[in-house]
Write a protein that binds this ligand. Structure first.
Ligand code: PLZ
Length: 458
């Protein structure tokens, strides 16, 4: 069987031969527990043997449906033919010289591609890094240096990483920040539009956010406003229409850089190259990572040429940033996204998701909200008849899905969201099968935790 990306493919089916996790995974897990810091945890400790398109095969021979894509990374699938071929060719040529020491073409080509694909037709330039957090850190450095201002404005429920600066920018304490302070200063958090919970128009919430900035920080002190167009870890919160353009307009009018963090939303995930396009936003800088390189570590800051060039030579960099193998992978991933028109594919997957998840909301009183865009959609779980978060129910449903061979991820400030991020090369049939399991799991957990009486309550 062939993968849509060209080469041979793993069989695209859910097939369990042991309990999850199986005996081999359990044995490896106990080895891991003696060797790996307890501070690193795994959503589902099945140990992976192979993965491709919609499935992950573990060392016990179980084949699971992957609805997480390694947290929105393997948009082109797990071993897209062009990614594999480019990486193999690059490893054969050279693995590393350090772009800051002796440069190479792949880095330049990735920057050219990013300058072309990101929103806006203005002249752009890019710089490459290793991780999303590092890209956000560098966007902050660039914004402060260019504007000669210090304050950074971020939003409730936002997530930007785990380094010291980005922990300060991330909203949620547990598990990201707890006991890790003190955090970087000059970071200010303001309200975000969260339609399910605030039931207000985008422009109303934007007004509040802007008032907070004006009163508590002072617009002329703000270097940048950094926002995810759809909040990822925060629970796939899609701001009400008008919120993002109002924030951008305020930034533009006050000499504040408007930075969209598209680390989770980027690279065809929402049915566009970048989610900023959906409300015609033109960020001054954009941070990308995850989907950029089909699983190899690469991240970028792309932005207005005059901003990106305002930094003194040597002011940005890092040993591995824009590593040649990661750049080769990115060029393969971007070519795959274009060849397969993965924006249309994300839209198709999104149609299935919207329809099926909307049905779940009608069926189950614990489903409070369905939201997202394209192949990035989520369910927010509540106590029946209320909007009170229901994290216990959420984690029980996720566990039930895992046991049945469907890898789903949770999210949300209140840990009450199941988010679905299928690889974009997954077939619609396999997605539907994964959603069948999700539906069965919710029904089961309803019976166990809520009881038939409350279960029927709408
Ligand atoms: N900005 C919007 O989604 C990474 C975090 C997983 P890194 N999200 C997954 C975890 O628990 O660590 C993310 C993001 C947005 C920044 C980042 C950070 O990207 O590549 O994980 O550093």
């Amino acid at each position: 069987m062939n993968s849509p990306t060209g080469g041979p493919s793993l069989e695209q089916k859910r097939h369990l031969v042991t309990a999850i996790p199986g005996p081999k995974s359990q044995a490896l897990h106990s080895r891991r527990q003696s060797a790996v810091s307890a501070g690193i945890s795994s959503t589902l400790p099945i140990y992976v043997q192979a993965a491709g398109d919609g499935v992950i095969v573990d060392i016990d021979g179980n084949s699971l449906i992957d609805l997480g894509a390694g947290i929105a990374v393997v948009n082109v699938g797990n071993s897209a033919t062009k990614v594999v071929a480019n990486v193999q060719a690059q490893v054969g040529q050279f693995t590393h010289t350090c772009f800051m020491v002796a440069p190479y073409e792949g880095y330049v080509e990735v920057c050219e591609a990013l300058n072309e694909l990101t929103p806006g037709t203005h002249p752009k330039k890019s710089a490459l890094f290793n991780s999303g957090a590092e890209a956000v850190e560098n966007a902050v450095k660039i914004a402060r240096s260019y504007t000669k201002r210090q304050a950074i404005v971020v939003f409730e429920h936002g997530y930007h990483g785990r380094t010291n600066m980005t922990m300060a920018m991330t909203a949620k304490n547990m598990p990201y920040k707890h006991t890790f302070g003190p955090f970087a200063n000059e970071v200010y958090r303001v309200p975000v539009s969260y339609p399910f919970r605030d039931e207000r128009s985008g422009s109303d919430v934007a007004k509040d956010a802007i008032t907070r900035i004006e009163k508590e920080v002072g617009g002329s002190n703000v270097a940048a406003i950094v926002i995810e167009p759809i909040q990822g870890e925060g629970g796939f919160i899609v701001p009400a229409l008008g919120f993002l353009p109002a924030i951008q307009a305020y930034a533009n009018a006050n000499g504040i850089l408007f930075i969209t963090d598209e680390i989770q939303t980027g690279f065809c995930r929402t049915g566009s190259w970048f989610a900023s396009e959906d409300e015609n936003l033109t960020p001054d800088l954009i941070t990308t990572a995850k989907g950029i390189a089909g699983g190899l570590p690469l991240a970028a800051v792309t932005g207005r040429a005059e901003i990106m060039d305002a930094i003194h030579p040597g002011g940005l960099g890092g040993t591995y940033g824009g590593n040649p193998i990661a750049c080769a992978a990115a060029l393969g991933a971007i070519a795959t996204m274009k060849d397969l028109d993965l924006n249309s594919k994300a839209t198709q997957l999104g149609e299935v998701l919207t329809q099926r998840l909307t049905e779940l909301k009608a069926q189950f009183s614990t489903v409070g909200d369905v939201r997202g865009r394209g192949a990035m959609q989520a369910l927010e779980f509540v106590l029946p008849g209320t909007k009170d978060p229901n994290p216990e129910f959420t984690s029980a449903v996720a566990k039930r899905c895992h046991a049945a061979g469907v890898l789903v991820l949770t999210a949300g400030t209140y840990s009450n969201v199941i988010r679905l991020l299928p690889p974009l090369t997954m077939s619609l049939e396999l997605l539907n099968e994964g959603l069948d399991v999700l539906e069965e799991s919710i029904a089961d957990v309803m019976q166990q935790m809520v009881g038939p009486e409350l279960a029927s309550l709408k």
